[in-house]
Design a protein around this ligand. Structure first.
Ligand SMILES: Nc1nc2c(ncn2[C@@H]2O[C@H](COP(=O)(O)OP(=O)(O)OP(=O)(O)O)[C@@H](O)[C@H]2O)c(=O)[nH]1
Ligand SMILES: [Mg+2]
Length: 314
C-alpha cells in the first residue's frame, strides 16, 4: 500500500470522530460549528485549540473557501502557522527548508519515552530508514531494566544487519550507552541509536537516569548525543503532552515521534504537540509494519485526516 493510503487508513478512527455528523454537499461537506468544536476536543486537540480552529475555519469560510478547504487551512495553521515556525526557529529548525530525508544532527540519537510507547520498535524502523539511505547504523540496547529489553533490540539488529551493543540485564544503562558510543567512534559509523528504559527499578529516578546516560555519552563522544527524541504514544492523548513537557525539561528534546496513531481517535494530539512544545515532530507511526513509520508531514496529515470519503452521506 502506498504510504499516503497507510496514513489515511491509520487516521480512520480520528477522522470518524472529527467528521461525525458531517453532511455531504456535492463535493464538499457541511458540519455544525459547535459539533465540530466538540469533535475536535474529543480527538484531543484541547479546548483552546479547538476554539481557534473553528474560529479560523469560519473566517476562511466567510472568505469563500469550501467547508473542507476552510477546515484544512485552519488545521494547517495550527500545525505550521507563524507561531509554530517561530518557536521551531528558536531551536534551529526551519520548517520552510524542504527535505527529502529526516536528518539527524551529529552521530548519536538517544530515544526516550515511558514504557510501552514503542521505543524499541521505532528504533528498529529508524535503523532501517537510515540504512536504506546509505548510512552505517549501530544500536545500543540501553534498556537493561526489562529482562527481554536488550534481546528485543538485538534480534532486530541481527535481522537488519545492524551491530548492537548490549549489556547484562540489570546492568547500568549508561555503561551500555558509553560502550556503544565508543564502538561507533572506533568503527567510524554514521549513526548510533540508543534505546533506553521506560521504567526503572523503584529506587531510581527515570529522568536522573536519562540525564546520566546523556552525560556518559558525551564523555565517550564529546558533544553527543546531539539528538534526543521522545517517543509518544498517541493513545495517551493529553497525558502524553504532559509527559512530553516533563521529558523536555529534563533532557531537552530535539525531536518527537508519535506512534500508534492507528490505534486511537486521539490523533488530534498532533496539534497541541506542534503548537505548544516547540520541538519538531520527526516521524509518525501508523501501524506495526516496518514501513508504518513515516516522516511527519503536516500537509499530508491534514489531507489524510480530512479524506472526503469519510463523512457518511446524509
Ligand atoms: N498499532 C501500532 N502499534 C505500534 C506502533 N508502534 C509500536 N507499536 C507496538 O507497540 C508495542 C510496544 O512497542 P515497544 O517498541 O516494545 O515499546 P517500548 O517503548 O520499547 O516498550 P518498553 O521497552 O517496555 O518501555 C509493540 O507491540 C509494537 O509493535 C504503531 O505505530 N502502531
Ligand atoms: Mg523497549
Amino acid at each position: 500500500m502506498a504510504w499516503f493510503d497507510r496514513l489515511r487508513q491509520g487516521l480512520t478512527k480520528t477522522r470518524d470522530l472529527v467528521t461525525f455528523g458531517a453532511t455531504r454537499r456535492g463535493d464538499d461537506w457541511e458540519m455544525d460549528w459547535d459539533d465540530l468544536e466538540l469533535a475536535l476536543v474529543g480527538a484531543d486537540v484541547g479546548a483552546r485549540i479547538a476554539r481557534e480552529v473553528v474560529a479560523e475555519a469560519k473566517a476562511q469560510r466567510e472568505r469563500g473557501a469550501t467547508f473542507r478547504e476552510a477546515l484544512e487551512r485552519a488545521l494547517l495553521d495550527q500545525l505550521e502557522g507563524s507561531s509554530v515556525r517561530q518557536k521551531l526557529r528558536r531551536v534551529g529548525f526551519d520548517l520552510d527548508v524542504a527535505r527529502s530525508t529526516v536528518e539527524v544532527a551529529g552521530k548519536v540519537l538517544m530515544i526516550v519515552g515511558v514504557n510501552g510507547v514503542g521505543k524499541t520498535t521505532t528504533i528498529a524502523k529508524l535503523g532501517r530508514y537510515y540504512q536504506e539511505r546509505g548510512k552505517r547504523v549501530r544500536f545500543a540496547a540501553g534498556d537493561t531494566f526489562r529482562a527481554a529489553g536488550s534481546a528485543q533490540l538485538a534480534v532486530w539488529g541481527e535481522r537488519l544487519g545492524i551491530p548492537t551493543t548490549i549489556g547484562p540485564d540489570g546492568s547500568d544503562p549508561a555503561s551500555v550507552a558509553f560502550d556503544g558510543a565508543q564502538r561507533r567512534r572506533a568503527a567510524g559509523d554514521d549513526l548510533l541509536i540508543v534505546d533506553t528504559a521506560g521504567r526503572l527499578h523503584t529506587k531510581h529516578n527515570l529522568m536522573e537516569e536519562l540525564k546520566k546516560v546523556q552525560r556518559v555519552i558525551d564523555k565517550a563522544d564529546p558533544g553527543e548525543p546531539r539528538e534526543t527524541w521522545l517517543v509518544l504514544d498517541a493513545v495517551t492523548g493529553q497525558n502524553g503532552l504532559e509527559q512530553a513537557r516533563r521529558f523536555h525539561e529534563a533532557v531537552t528534546l530535539t525531536g518527537i515521534v508519535v506512534t500508534k496513531l492507528d490505534g486511537t481517535g486521539k490523533g488530534g494530539i498532533l496539534l497541541p504537540i506542534a503548537r505548544e512544545l516547540g520541538v519538531p515532530i520527526k516521524f509518525v507511526g501508523v501501524g506495526e509494519q516496518a514501513d508504518d513509520l513515516q516522516p511527519y508531514d503536516a500537509a499530508a496529515y491534514v489531507k489524510a485526516l480530512l479524506d472526503l470519503e469519510a463523512p457518511a452521506a446524509a
